[in-house]
Design a protein around this ligand. Structure first.
Ligand code: DO4
Ligand code: MG
Length: 288
């Protein structure tokens, strides 16, 4: 599902998209409304949509360049140090390789409790095709391409999207207590372009996450990794987030980065960031 338009400049509507790329209007205008409607009928969102597509004609072909935020979550949260690559990059950044003591990143990677932090709100999100922003007080900024869980209000995974957890690594490296400043600012997060509904037939651990940063005409960084390298279970991350807490339908949870540009890379204004996840699509943002 996505908020998508059939023509350039056309009004975006909340739409179901088939694997053939046909778009169908839905009789709800948001992802939380879809979850609520399906819940009201005692159906899965997938079954609820399928029943409503019967006899309907598609209104256009899906083009992910014509999408807007697929959900406007009140809260976006993120898990950290859930892949070996994030642990080693962060441990090296704080001088871990030179010390015999494990760093906080080594410890949290092995710990039972995952790192979870507050990341964003709908008002700070960059839409697909929109601009993510650089902080004015950091000289080392990177995208973190991540699989994002879109959760229902009970903590169940309702769908998946792609996301960029922009990070100021010099601020994070200065002091781990600066993490909210290294992670949260206007335009430091993006999600989209569409939500792949959770389906027992799909195995997200088989998906590949690819990222590319284009500067001018050239790719200045590209990498990929498999969700299968995740140290934890996706349901485990959602379960920790919901412990003794309440969230609305459509809350997003980033699941951690598995690919990190090597030091001393830093993003520059005008860069284009492309994050592609199998079965979801490509999230594209320009850097400002
Ligand atoms: O511990 C800092 C943040 C980690 C993070 O964002 C990640 O591993 O993706
Ligand atoms: Mg991250």
């Amino acid at each position: 599902v996505a908020r998508a338009a059939a023509n350039p400049g056309g009004d975006a509507v909340f739409a179901a998209i088939t694997d053939d790329g046909d778009m169908y209007r839905l009789p709800v205008d948001s992802f939380p409304a879809l979850l609520e409607a399906a819940r009201g009928e005692g159906e899965s969102p997938q079954a609820w949509i399928t029943a409503r597509l019967d006899g309907q004609r598609p209104f256009g072909k899906y083009d992910e360049r014509m999408t807007q935020l697929p959900v406007a979550p009140a809260e976006v949260w993120a898990a950290g140090v859930t892949y070996e690559r994030s642990r080693s990059a962060r441990s090296e950044a704080v001088g871990g390789a030179a010390k015999s003591e494990p760093t906080i990143y080594d410890k949290v990677y092995e710990a039972e409790r995952p790192e979870l932090f507050f990341k964003s709100t709908a008002s700070r999100l960059a839409a697909p095709g929109g601009q993510v922003r650089l902080r004015s007080d950091s000289n080392s900024q990177v995208p973190e391409p991540e699989l994002v869980l879109v959760l229902d209000r009970e903590g169940k995974i309702a769908g998946y999207t792609a996301g960029n957890d922009m990070s100021a690594r010099d601020i994070e490296k200065d002091n781990a207590l600066y993490i909210p400043q290294a992670k949260i600012w206007n335009g430091s997060c993006s999600i989209g372009p569409a939500i792949r509904l959770a389906d027992p037939e799909e195995n997200p651990y088989e998906w590949t996450i690819r990222a590319r940063i284009v500067r001018g005409d050239a790719a200045v960084w590209e990498a990929d990794a498999s969700v299968g390298q995740l140290k934890r279970k996706l349901t485990e991350l959602a379960e920790y987030l919901f412990r003794d807490n309440v969230f609305e339908d459509g809350t997003c949870l980033f699941t951690g980065t598995c690919i990190v540009p090597p030091e001393p890379f830093t993003l520059a204004s005008g860069d284009r960031i492309e994050i592609t996840i199998d079965r979801i699509g490509t999230l594209v943002n320009e850097v400002k």
